[in-house]
Design a protein around this ligand. Structure first.
Ligand SMILES: NC(=O)c1ccc[n+]([C@@H]2O[C@H](COP(=O)([O-])OP(=O)(O)OC[C@H]3O[C@@H](n4cnc5c(N)ncnc54)[C@H](OP(=O)(O)O)[C@@H]3O)[C@@H](O)[C@H]2O)c1
Length: 358
């Protein structure tokens, strides 16, 4: 029987695209996939209809051949635990960087893992962990490298975004038996059209477009000089598939546990360049008038505009778009990961078009 791979978040943006990438491994017989989702019937129907893959709903803990769907939430310890115990590989994408409940169940299950049985956990974090408020609103020259800086990266205090959950995951190997191995994938800003059966849109760029639309004008947040890494969702899911394939074929080539931290950055953008690149698509699709653009980055959101953003409940927005998060994916590239998809700027017309529903 093929190795049993449990995937969380298949109805989400990253997990849905990872499903497509792993679907090819499943079709080749390298793994059997179990999707752990909240609405199993809906996901199974969409996987069959949209992706053309034969997915049936099964109870948690059932070994599968091909693709199956299990209904559950992370908060339901019994069901999530049973699904984990049936797995040889767990790829955790759904709310992974944010759900302490999921991390706690994974840590508890793996602490009690049977000696002599192998398990790989691929956890999803995010490079928001690199954000240092002291560097806000200027271009940071600090680029974090997942080989050279591994000790600093894996020791962030819990107060950083995703820090508490990272520490739970990074601590698993200290209590679990030797057959359990963990690694963390930390994507920067993810962009582009997902191919999964559920959510196909990311978070940051659609949020920015939504705020600009609500305010009726495009403008720079702060100085716009701060810099983030980015990756196309399909390049990101290719990395997950590469990690799984390498684990199956040449497991010694991967870094695990205390060294198992993989940045997934392909490109970079300054927030200013993103705002300027949005001007033309925003006008083209009627989101802002031609005289309400960023005017090549000379228009800046005022204090009143900031308050309006905050009042819309997007409290994270103004602060997020002045942060830096620069990372170098040395481990992934050493494995042969080579992003090929279009740049962030090249996807903005499609993002705005999807925003207006065209
Ligand atoms: N998108 C990015 O740019 C980005 C960058 C770096 C890191 N990340 C991190 O990557 C993770 C996934 O992001 P995403 O953009 O793919 O998010 P998303 O589209 O919102 O997907 C979240 C997924 O998690 C599932 N989920 C949430 N709570 C659950 C629970 N209690 N039990 C079971 N399933 C649950 C959702 O299921 P339902 O469909 O049932 O709601 C959905 O499948 C997040 O932790 C995010 O912080 C994202």
């Amino acid at each position: 029987m093929a190795k049993q791979l449990l995937l969380t978040g298949a109805s989400g943006y990253i997990g849905g695209d990872v499903l497509v990438a792993l679907g090819r491994l499943a079709a080749a017989g390298a793994v059997a996939l179990t999707l752990f989702v909240r609405d199993a019937d809906a996901v199974a129907a969409r996987v069959r209809a949209d992706l053309g893959l034969p997915a049936a709903v099964v109870p948690a803990g059932t070994p599968v051949d091909g693709i199956a769907v299990v209904a559950g939430t992370y908060e339901d310890r019994a069901v999530f635990g049973a699904a984990i115990r049936a797995a040889d590989i767990v790829v955790h994408t759904g709310d992974a960087a944010d759900s302490a409940a999921a991390a706690a169940v994974l840590a508890a299950e793996l602490a009690g893992w049977p000696a002599g049985r192998d398990l790989l956990l691929i956890h999803t974090s995010g490079t928001a962990i690199l954000v240092d408020p002291a560097e806000n609103d200027r271009a940071s020259s600090r680029v974090w490298d997942d080989v050279a800086d591994i000790r600093a990266i894996t020791a962030w205090p819990a107060g950083r975004p995703h820090g508490t959950i990272d520490q739970t995951i990074l601590g698993i190997h200290r209590t679990a038996p030797g057959g359990v191995r963990t690694l963390v994938v930390a994507p920067p800003l993810v962009y582009g059209r997902g191919r999964g059966p559920g959510n196909q849109r990311s978070q940051q760029v659609p949020t920015l477009i939504g705020a600009v639309a609500a305010l009726g004008r495009n403008a720079i947040v702060g100085s716009g000089r701060a810099i983030w890494g980015n990756v196309h969702v399909q390049d990101l899911s290719a990395l997950y598939a590469l990690l799984v394939r390498t684990y199956l074929e040449a497991p010694h080539r991967l870094a695990y546990n205390a060294d198992g931290y993989y940045f997934a950055s392909a490109g970079e953008h300054a927030w200013r360049s993103l705002t300027v690149a949005l001007d033309a698509p925003l006008v083209r699709h009627g989101v802002v008038a031609a005289d309400r653009t960023s005017a090549d980055g000379t228009a800046v959101f005022s204090a009143a505009d900031y308050r309006a953003l905050l009042d819309r409940g997007t409290a994270v927005l103004p602060s997020f778009f002045v942060t830096n998060s620069r990372s170098r994916a040395t481990r992934a590239r050493a494995l042969g990961w080579a992003p090929t998809r279009e740049s962030l700027a090249a996807t903005l017309d499609d993002e705005v078009r999807r925003f207006v529903g065209a």
